[in-house]
Design a protein around this ligand. Structure first.
Ligand SMILES: Nc1ncnc2c1ncn2[C@@H]1O[C@H](COP(=O)(O)OP(=O)(O)OP(=O)(O)O)[C@@H](O)[C@H]1O
Ligand SMILES: [Mg+2]
Length: 327
C-alpha cells in the first residue's frame, strides 16, 4: 500500500533536561509532507524548528531527547529505533542541509571528494569516475563557478556561500526521497538563492522528491512552498496551503510575521514588528504562548491553551478567536 505522506510526524515531543528544568523545545508537533511537494516550516528564532528537523534525523544533541510521538517515514516508524537501524532507514532516503554548514564538512578533505564519497557510500555511482562526473554536474547545478577547480579545494579555501553550495550539492547528489533543508539559502545572495530554489522545485517535479524547508523568509515560502506550517514556542499555531495562508491568514502571530516582511512599495518606516519576545521555553505557563504579545488576547487566552482546529479544508489554526467567528 502506498503511503499518503513521505513524512508523517504526530504529536512529537522533544525536550532538553537541563539543570534549570525541562525545556520543551518541540511540544506536540504534527507535520505531514506529501510525495513531490515542498512544505515550509516557519517561525521566529528559538521556536523549535531545527529541533523538529533533528528529531526526524535522530540527531537531537545531548541533553535533548525525543520523549514521545510518532515519526513515520514512508510508513516506517522511526521513534524508538536504535541509531544503527535509523541510519540504515534514513541513510538512503533522507538528506539534510544543516543550518551550520561548517560543522558538516570535514576540514582536512577536499570538498569534491567528500561529495563523491557520499555517492559511492550509497552505491549511486558505477565507479569513482562516474561519481566525479555526477558531483561536477551537481556543483554546476547549484551555481558553483569553475566546478572543476573547486572540486579539489579544501573547505577553508572556499567562501561561506560556496561552502553552503557544496553542502546543498552533497544533500541533493543522491537524489533523496525527502530533503530536509534548514535555512538552506540564508547565507546566499539572491541570484544564487533563486537558482537553488529552482533546482529544488525541479527535483520535486521531475523525480518526486519531497522537501521540508525551514526558513525565516516568507518570500522563499511564497516562492516555492505548496503547504506551510507556522511554529511558535514549540507548537504549530497555523498550517495551510501557501496561497490560503497569505490570502486568509487566521492566526494573529502569522499575521504579525507577514506584516513584518519588508516591501518595495510603502513607507519602510511603517514596517511592522511583533511586539515582545518569544517566551522562555523553560517556564511555559498554561494558556496561549502568544497571549502576552497578542492584541486580541482575552483572560481565557492567558488561562487556557487553545487546541488546533480546522477552520476550512486543509487550513488549521490554534486560536480561540475562531470560536467567536463560529468556525
Ligand atoms: N543544548 C540545549 N540545551 C537546552 N535547550 C536547548 C538546547 N538546544 C536548543 N535548546 C532549546 O530548544 C529551543 C528550540 O531550538 P531550535 O534550535 O529548534 O530553534 P529554531 O527555531 O531552529 O531557531 P533558529 O531560527 O534561531 O534556528 C530553543 O529555544 C532552546 O530553548
Ligand atoms: Mg534553527
Amino acid at each position: 500500500m502506498s503511503e499518503e505522506f513521505v513524512l508523517d510526524v504526530r504529536d512529537l515531543r522533544t525536550s532538553f533536561l537541563t539543570n534549570k528544568g525541562v525545556v520543551r523545545a518541540v511540544n506536540g508537533v504534527d507535520i505531514a509532507v506529501p510525495p513531490g511537494k515542498i512544505v515550509g516550516l516557519v517561525g521566529e528564532s528559538g521556536c523549535g524548528k531545527s529541533m523538529t528537523a533533528k528529531s526526524v534525523m535522530g540527531l537531537v544533541p545531548y541533553p535533548g531527547r525525543v520523549e514521545s510521538g510518532s515519526i513515520r517515514l514512508d510508513g516506517r516508524e522511526l521513534v524508538g529505533l536504535k541509531d544503527k537501524e535509523l541510519r540504515k532507514i534514513c541513510g538512503n532516503d533522507v538528506s539534510m542541509i544543516f543550518q551550520e554548514p561548517m560543522t558538516s564538512l570535514n576540514p582536512v578533505l577536499k570538498v569534491g571528494r567528500q561529495v563523491r564519497e557520499v555517492l559511492l557510500k550509497h552505491k549511486k555511482a558505477k565507479d569513482k569516475d562516474d561519481a566525479k562526473s555526477q558531483v561536477l554536474e551537481m556543483f554546476e547545478r547549484v551555481g558553483i563557478p569553475e566546478a572543476g577547480q573547486r572540486y579539489d579545494a579544501y573547505p577553508h579555501e572556499l567562501s561561506g556561500g560556496l561552502r553552503q553550495r557544496v553542502m546543498i550539492a552533497m544533500a541533493m547528489v543522491c537524489h533523496p526521497k525527502l530533503l530536509i533543508a534548514d535555512e538552506p539559502t540564508t547565507a546566499l545572495d539572491v541570484t544564487i538563492e533563486a537558482q537553488i530554489l529552482d533546482l529544488m522545485k525541479k527535483l520535486c517535479e521531475e523525480e518526486g522528491m519531497s522537501v521540508l524547508i525551514i526558513t525565516h523568509n516568507m518570500g522563499v515560502v511564497a516562492e516555492i512552498c505548496d503547504y506551510v506550517y507556522v511554529m511558535y514556542a514549540g507548537r504549530i499555531v497555523e498550517s495551510a496551503p501557501v496561497f490560503d495562508l497569505f490570502d486568509h491568514t487566521e492566526h494573529p502571530y502569522t499575521r504579525g510575521l507577514l506584516l513584518s516582511i519588508p516591501r518595495m512599495t510603502g513607507n519602510p518606516e511603517f514596517l511592522s514588528t511583533i511586539p515582545g519576545v518569544v517566551p522562555n521555553m523553560l517556564h511555559l505557563k498554561e494558556g496561549c504562548a502568544f497571549s502576552n504579545r497578542c492584541a486580541h488576547a482575552s483572560d481565557r487566552c492567558r488561562r487556557e491553551t487553545p487546541g488546533i482546529a480546522e477552520v476550512r479544508e486543509g487550513h488549521a489554526c490554534r486560536c480561540f478567536l475562531h470560536e467567536q467567528k463560529g468556525c
